[in-house]
Every structure is written in structure tokens, then in C-alpha cells.
Write a protein that binds this ligand. Structure first.
Ligand code: ATP
Ligand code: MG
Length: 259
């Protein structure tokens, strides 16, 4: 049995009178791809915001590698090994691809200016290591040829890939991906699914993926959890989830289809 790397226990989030996430439970096994689906407004992004420290739960606890990280800041959680991407891209469009990767590293990793100035050789060493990391990531993403391009000039599909590449710059163990294939065409989405599978193996990642594109998430995840009105409606293999009458019911009339 794989170790549980991320555990969420009875987490609730209320926005005024609205219960966006309610008594949520998760035991995420290390080294797996876990899918999270649910109709619009089900609470998927809110859950990612809670786990990554962007917002604080009203109630409940979140454990990463056995440590209670409830109410930790996002940078502290990133330093502990968990990072996430956002539903809407947050790239620096006027910076080059390479700079976006470097900035992602600097934003999350301890890099104090004073210690850097006092210890110039170590700074130089760090820059060399950082460049090596950038080269490695660009290579894995087959994006080396775009390193000096301004990010805003890249086709949209490549910008979405770069967003995931940025997440990898902090050397995470767990990544939460919020609708990574959003806005992509079918071909780009298929390529991305392949890339995510490859990243999981190469970097030994644990991934939690929110997706509306059913073929994408069902082909990628071993286990899928279905969220509806902030609560877990079902959890199981893609096959089990697809055939669950309650899940089919929840999706009726939403425009998405599980069956
Ligand atoms: N900061 C906030 N303040 C008030 N209400 C919020 C806030 N963030 C989310 N909500 C509400 O919480 C509910 C869950 O929203 P959330 O964005 O988590 O859904 P989602 O499952 O990610 O939906 P989608 O599939 O459309 O991305 C919605 O009713 C939303 O309007
Ligand atoms: Mg969302």
C-alpha cells in the first residue's frame, strides 16, 4: 500500500451563508494521479485554495506528509513540497519563457538578498543550479526553442504547458492542477495528458487533477472523486464513477457528460 501523502479531514469552508466545501475527506496515496470532478460551482477550486493555503478553512485539518499544515501560508506549503496551478493562467506575459521559470523558483524558495550579498560565491552557485533546472524542465516540456520568446506571444496551448512547468520549478512532490486542459483543442489536450503521465513517472509526483474534459481525466487518473455541492458524492475507479447513478444524475443538464 502506498503512503498517504496528503490527508484532508473534515474540512469546511463557508462564504457568508454559502457552504462551498462541507466535511470534506481525502486520503491521497503517494505516487498516484487522482482526479477530482464535479459540476460548476461544486467547490473544486475552493478545495485547491484551501489545500494550497490561499484561503483558510472554517473547520477541519489538512496534513501534508503527516504534518498539520492547516492555515499555513502558500509559500510555506510550497517549501514543504506541495504546489498548484490556477484555473486562469498567472504567467508574466511580458517576460520570456525562461524568466517565468526563474521567477517561479525565486517566488517560492528561500532566497534572501542579504545572505546572497554576504555570500556571493554561494549566489553564483545557486544561479548555476537554477539555470540547470530551467534547462532540464524546458527539455522535458520540449520547449527549449521558446526560451527567449515573450510568454504572451506563445500559442495558448504552450502557455498552459509553461504554467505546469513553472509549478515544477519548486521541485514539488504533490501538484494540484486546476483544469490544465482548459481552452486547449483535442489534440493539445491529448498531448498534455501524455505529458502529465510522463511527468508523474519522471519526477515521482503525486497529482490531483481537476478537469471538465472527461476523456482526459478518466484516461489519466486511477481514482476519481466526485464533488457535488461541496461534499464527496462518490469515489472510485473511472469505470465505477462513470456508472454511478448518483453521479450521472448530478451531471444531468450541466453540459458535461460522465457516461
Ligand atoms: N471568495 C469567494 N467568496 C464567495 N463565494 C465564493 C468564493 N469562492 C468561491 N465561492 C463560491 O463557492 C462555490 C464553489 O466555487 P468553486 O469556484 O470552488 O467551484 P468549482 O467547482 O471550482 O467550479 P468550476 O467548475 O466552475 O471551476 C460557488 O458557489 C462559488 O460561487
Ligand atoms: Mg474551479
Amino acid at each position: 500500500m502506498a503512503q498517504i501523502i496528503l490527508k484532508v479531514d473534515g474540512v469546511c469552508k463557508n462564504f457568508g451563508g454559502l457552504s462551498a466545501v462541507s466535511e470534506y475527506q481525502l486520503a491521497l496515496p503517494e505516487g498516484k494521479i487522482f482526479g477530482l470532478i464535479g459540476p460548476n460551482g461544486a467547490g473544486k477550486t475552493t478545495l485547491f485554495n484551501l489545500i494550497s493555503g490561499v484561503i483558510k478553512p472554517t473547520k477541519g485539518h489538512i496534513f501534508l506528509k503527516g504534518t498539520d499544515i492547516t492555515s499555513w501560508r502558500p509559500d510555506q506549503i510550497a517549501a514543504m513540497g506541495l504546489t498548484r496551478t490556477f484555473q486562469n493562467l498567472r504567467l508574466f506575459s511580458s517576460l520570456t519563457v525562461e524568466m517565468n521559470l526563474k521567477v517561479a523558483h525565486h517566488l517560492h524558495i528561500d532566497y534572501r538578498l542579504t545572505s546572497a550579498l554576504l555570500n556571493f560565491p554561494s549566489l553564483f552557485q545557486k544561479e548555476k543550479q537554477l539555470q540547470k533546472k530551467v534547462d532540464e524542465i524546458l527539455d522535458v516540456f520540449v520547449m527549449s526553442q521558446y526560451r527567449q520568446e515573450l510568454t504572451g506571444n506563445l500559442p495558448y496551448g504552450l502557455q498552459r504547458k509553461l504554467d505546469i512547468a513553472r509549478a515544477l520549478m519548486t521541485e514539488p512532490e504533490v501538484i494540484l492542477l486546476d483544469e490544465p486542459s482548459s481552452g486547449m483543442n483535442t489534440r493539445e489536450a491529448e498531448d498534455l495528458a501524455h505529458l502529465i503521465g510522463q511527468l508523474q513517472i519522471q519526477f515521482q509526483l503525486t497529482l490531483m487533477v481537476v478537469e471538465h474534459r472527461m476523456a482526459f481525466v478518466m484516461g489519466l487518473a486511477e481514482v476519481i472523486q466526485v464533488l457535488d455541492y461541496g461534499s464527496v458524492l462518490a469515489q472510485g475507479s473511472p469505470e465505477e464513477v462513470r456508472n454511478n447513478p448518483q453521479v450521472i444524475e448530478a451531471y444531468l443538464g450541466t453540459g458535461d457528460s460522465v457516461a
